[in-house]
Design a protein around this ligand. Structure first.
Ligand SMILES: NC(=O)c1ccc[n+]([C@@H]2O[C@H](COP(=O)([O-])OP(=O)(O)OC[C@H]3O[C@@H](n4cnc5c(N)ncnc54)[C@H](OP(=O)(O)O)[C@@H]3O)[C@@H](O)[C@H]2O)c1
Length: 308
């Protein structure tokens, strides 16, 4: 009898734990949604993983633009989604980000929702085309330039918004991060497993700083952790097959990983907290650095001639 009880309690705990990892109650809950049928949405890194799931679930929108490099992965799927189109964007190259923004402005009338989703997690040290540490460049610098350049395209409407997909990993950053080392292209002294975390910390600061910068407009800004998700990013760790059940248990599917992005893209702005970091659709905190990184990034882009 005792064994049976222990087994039942154990099974219930395991199921409850898995449901929590999937996103808890908010994964199953139907949330209030804004009308999407007049919205234009841009999703970076929509060619795979969480981004593609996000695009599919937002496909009630008037128009969705997926920006990335590799359209081949979703080419056949695009035939079933006439309102989703692809535009080439390489976040490894700031010149390409500039070209993308110009093309976007020429071909699209407006933008209502910008989802900066694309990201990388490098297992070795690499540089971007312009010589910045690559996690920092692709995950932070390029999305910053893209967002800044498209600000005049984003409608100043009640439901306009910008979303930065960050990660819970930002909490694993070193206590004091000297972002100037990154901006000045100096050697990075942090261990490799902290490098991704630092780029995601930059995303969290980026969200609160853009929220602050746009405080006199209707445009709101949010950031989030999607969960630990079984996408290419996680699969590159090549876990031994005997770990597969454990990896499965502690991770989300890409569909589950898209839930907080969808939530932040579709909840009425007045129900959300501007500049906040969200996890499983719950606002966790507002993390600020007095706009230090934001101001220094603007200075950098001015110096490089990317912004006036
Ligand atoms: N998976 C996780 O466990 C996890 C956890 C926390 C946070 N996140 C965050 O979630 C976001 C999405 O990640 P994911 O898990 O869906 O990864 P993924 O499956 O590897 O997809 C990454 C996407 O980013 C795009 N991308 C990569 N490099 C790019 C570049 N240079 N230029 C333009 N696009 C580029 C890729 O498109 P192309 O190859 O077509 O360029 C792809 O669509 C990232 O910001 C990541 O940091 C993921």
């Amino acid at each position: 009898m005792n064994k049976l009880l222990a087994l039942s309690v154990g099974s219930i705990s395991l199921i409850a734990g898995k449901l929590k990892i999937m996103g808890g109650i908010n994964y199953f809950k139907k949330h209030e949604e804004i009308a999407l049928n007049d919205k234009t949405i841009l999703i970076t890194g929509g060619t795979d993983g969480i981004g593609w799931e996000t695009a599919k679930k937002l496909s009630k929108a008037k128009s969705i633009i997926i920006a990335g490099r590799n359209v081949e992965r979703i080419k056949s799927e695009l035939l079933n989604h006439k309102n989703i189109q692809f535009m080439y964007l390489d976040l490894n190259d700031l010149d390409n980000v500039q070209d993308f923004c110009q093309k976007f402005k020429k071909t699209q009338n407006k933008l209502d929702i910008l989802i900066n989703n694309a990201g990388i997690y490098n297992l070795e040290f690499k540089l971007t085309k312009q010589g910045f540490e690559q996690n920092f460049g692709v995950n932070y610098l390029s999305p910053f330039l893209l967002t800044y350049n498209l600000l005049d395209q984003i409608t100043n409407e009640q439901e306009s918004r910008i979303i930065f997909v960050a990660s819970r990993a930002h909490t694993d950053s070193p206590r004091q991060v000297d972002f100037n080392l990154y901006l000045n292209q100096e050697p990075i002294p942090y261990p490799w497993h902290k490098i991704y975390a630092i780029s995601k910390l930059a995303n969290v600061y980026e969200a609160s700083s853009f929220a602050n910068y746009l405080k006199n407009t209707n445009i709101k800004v949010y950031t989030l952790h999607p969960g630990v998700v079984r996408t290419n990013m996680l699969n590159q760790f090549k876990f031994h097959s005997f770990l597969a059940p454990i990896v499965w248990y502690f991770t989300k599917t890409p569909e589950q990983g898209s839930v907080t992005s969808i939530f932040l893209a579709t909840q009425p702005n007045q129900k959300l907290k501007n500049g906040y970091y969200y996890k499983d659709c719950i606002p966790k905190y507002l993390k600020e650095d007095n706009n230090l990184l934001f101001d220094n990034t603007i200075k950098l882009f001015k110096k490089f001639g990317y912004i006036k």
